[in-house]
Design a protein around this ligand. Structure first.
Ligand SMILES: N[C@H](CCC[C@H](N)C(=O)O)C(=O)O
Length: 285
């Protein structure tokens, strides 16, 4: 019987199964769907594969098994996971992703609790996205921050988010993450409330790349000033995003280890559903 050692991490309630593996093929899309299943598996919004080496790498698998380019909350969790393995208090490191290498600075706040600042790179504004739904045309600003995002500052009720979110998320080829935004106030610090429908997941409590995309769109549309920190308020908590002409996007937020575990691969789920015969050559060290 082979087993898979994992850690459960979360960033503002966006939660992940973190596994250290030697190859990207160690967890298949089907295995990722099972691990993320909140009734038959561990339960998570995604799986983060950590591949060691000169520059450690993060590969992301969404709960539906798809592989996105990047995950902001996940990258903070992987940076903290690696810092914890190294036993260091304050630490900075580069981590490779499918959207390029990202610089991370980790500050330990307590056992399994960290604040992480990530240089997220630059946002690229895309074409307007128009989606026909429920007899109306809905317009979105598109922003790429390594992965794609559709953003609106039009007021939508919660129920509309659940109806419109999946329609927009699957409208363009390859899918897109969807953020419904509201500027809370433009006092000393701009605060933007965001509800997220994520590609390959659905509703999540937070989206790090989404928060960056929203801050970039807000600056582009004159709803927020560049260089000053923008507080993006998500259902799971707030992220501090800075849109800097020279340095690009910076994201600061928490990462927390929830628990460690071991997945047994001979585990029969009943109803003829069994876990994958074995993990691709991965077993606990
Ligand atoms: N569902 C996203 C990936 C996870 C992004 C999100 N969890 C974050 O923190 O950035 C996508 O398909 O692009």
């Amino acid at each position: 019987m082979s087993t898979l050692a994992f850690e459960k991490w979360e960033g503002l309630g966006n939660d992940f199964v973190v596994v250290e593996v030697s190859s990207e093929q160690a967890v298949s899309p089907e295995q990722a769907r099972l691990l993320c299943d909140r009734h038959r598996g561990i339960g998570a919004d995604g799986v983060l594969l950590v591949i060691g080496g000169g520059t450690p790498r993060m590969v992301v698998l969404n709960a539906d098994g798809s592989r996105p380019e990047m995950c902001g909350n996940g990258l903070r969790c992987v940076a903290a996971f690696l810092a914890e393995r190294g036993g260091a208090e304050g630490l900075s490191m580069m981590i490779g992703t499918d959207a390029g290498d990202k610089a991370c600075v980790i500050e330990r706040r307590g056992p399994g609790l960290y604040d992480v600042t990530v240089d997220m790179g630059r946002a690229t504004m895309g074409p307007r996205l128009e989606v026909e739904a429920e007899g109306k045309r809905h317009g979105f600003t598109t922003v790429d921050v390594g992965n794609p995002h559709a953003i609106t500052f039009e007021p939508y009720a919660e129920a509309e988010v659940d109806r419109l979110g999946p329609k927009v998320a699957t409208a363009p080829a390859g899918g897109i993450n969807v953020e419904f935004c509201r500027v809370l106030d433009e006092g000393a610090r701009t605060r933007i409330a965001v509800t997220v429908w994520e590609r390959g997941v659905g509703r999540t409590l937070a989206c790090g790349t989404g928060a960056c995309a929203v801050a970039a769109a807000a600056c582009e549309e004159g709803r927020a000033a560049r260089a000053a920190p923008i507080e993006v308020v998500l259902p799971g908590g707030a992220l501090e995003i800075t849109v800097d002409e020279a340095r690009g996007l910076q994201m600061k937020g928490p990462a927390r280890r929830v628990f460690r575990g071991t997945w047994e691969s001979s585990f029969d789920l009943g109803e003829g559903r069994t876990t994958p015969a074995s993990w691709a050559g991965e077993s606990t060290p």
